[in-house]
Design a protein around this ligand. Structure first.
Ligand SMILES: [Zn+2]
Ligand SMILES: [Zn+2]
Length: 180
């Protein structure tokens, strides 16, 4: 725990020390110092807790593995989790992926004909471009901002929350290989 220094005590300047406060709770208590907005990034464990999820070492490792990865599949995610916390069953990985996706911390994409992949970039309605040959996936920002970025010509009375677009093509490597 970190207590803010009392008035007249050590002054640490106006920038909060983000590294130092990573695992601490910062109380901005009495307003004597004026407006102090301690905007820091929450830890992974805090994010899980904030999403109403039980915090386990495996879930923390899983969320960080997916975020560091690039649209990883389940096997690669399981390998990443095991590297960090030891043996975790594939079923437990599936369960955690389901829970974190349902809570909005992860996004699942499933291009036709390929296994599900997961990513940590959520909430921005971005799209994906997929190589037909090797299956590599890349992010494509939404063309017009917030979801839904495409207005359906007939929404059938649905409240549309997302427009999923997948661009299919050949990645540069596969294009080169095919043309040479
Ligand atoms: Zn390719
Ligand atoms: Zn993505």
């Amino acid at each position: 725990m970190v207590a803010l220094s009392r008035p007249g005590g050590q002054r640490s300047g106006h920038a909060p020390d983000l590294n130092h406060s990573l695992s601490c709770t910062v109380h901005v208590c009495d307003g004597k110092l004026g407006v102090v907005t301690a905007s820091r990034n929450p830890t992974t464990a805090e994010e899980l807790r904030g999403a109403g999820l039980r915090v386990t070492a495996a879930r923390v490792a899983l969320l960080e593995t997916v975020r560091r990865g690039d649209h990883l599949g389940v096997e690669a995610i399981a390998a990443g989790v095991r590297d960090r916390v030891g043996h975790v069953s594939l079923q437990a990985v599936y369960d955690a992926l389901h829970a974190l996706t349902a809570a909005g911390l992860l996004r699942r994409i499933e291009p036709a004909g390929s296994p599900a992949r997961f990513e940590g970039r959520v909430g921005d309605n971005h799209h994906h471009i997929v190589c037909r040959s090797c299956g590599v996936v890349a992010d494509v920002d939404c063309a017009t901002g917030e979801a839904p970025c495409l207005t359906a010509s007939d929404d059938h009375g649905f409240s549309v929350g997302e427009a999923e677009v997948i661009y299919w093509g050949l990645c540069p490597g596969c294009s080169t290989a095919l043309s040479s």
